[in-house]
Design a protein around this ligand. Structure first.
Ligand code: S3P
Length: 172
């Protein structure tokens, strides 16, 4: 199983779809699995049941999907690696190779500014300056978890197809 991880806006879902096309396999998104199981959007789950509930459901969905032999490509949510011992769990499976899609703060800022209002963690921020500060600190805190991935792919200036090709080149 190939697992893609990285900060919000790092292009995990888009890269996983290109990867699926290149490898002729299906890609699954952990957020989409949670939405299906909970019959509601991630945004609604955050708003109505809170972040702790979401992280619990995320952990449960992760445990289940990692043991599903039919899943070939999995993209995680940006926070998945940073809760419970999720990265250690991922690393404990010999059949899993994980990729950290690494993007710089400035690249993430460009990608996330138009989406600020829709994202549960960012919708309380008031300006692009606040967003820049938030991403800088948050990415620094999260990097220790992301860096536990098997491989790191730098994504700045690359489109999702190029990222997917680089993943394939790393694997085969
Ligand atoms: C989150 C990232 C989101 C989603 C939720 C929390 C995070 O996933 O799981 O809004 O903590 O970074 P994407 O990275 O796919 O947007």
């Amino acid at each position: 199983m190939i697992v893609l991880l990285g900060y919000m806006g790092s292009g995990k879902t888009a890269a996983s779809q290109h990867l699926a096309a290149l490898l002729g396999k299906d890609a699954i998104d952990l957020d989409a699995l949670i939405e299906k199981q909970e019959s509601g959007s991630v945004r609604d789950i955050f708003e109505q049941k809170g972040a702790i509930y979401f992280r619990k459901k995320e952990r449960e969905a992760l445990e289940k999907v990692l043991t599903d032999d039919d899943v070939a490509i999995l993209s995680l949510g940006g926070g998945t690696p940073c809760y419970y011992n999720n990265m250690d769990l991922i690393a404990s499976y010999a059949h899993v190779t994980s990729f950290y899609l690494q993007a710089s703060v400035s690249e993430l800022l460009t990608r996330l500014t138009p989406e600020m209002a829709q994202r549960p963690l960012l919708n309380g921020l008031k300006s692009p300056e606040e967003l820049a500060d938030y991403i800088g600190k948050h990415l620094f805190e999260r990097s220790q978890f992301y860096n536990k991935a098997t491989f790191t792919i730098k994504t700045d200036g690359k489109n999702p197809e190029e990222v997917a090709r680089e993943i394939v080149a790393t694997l085969f």
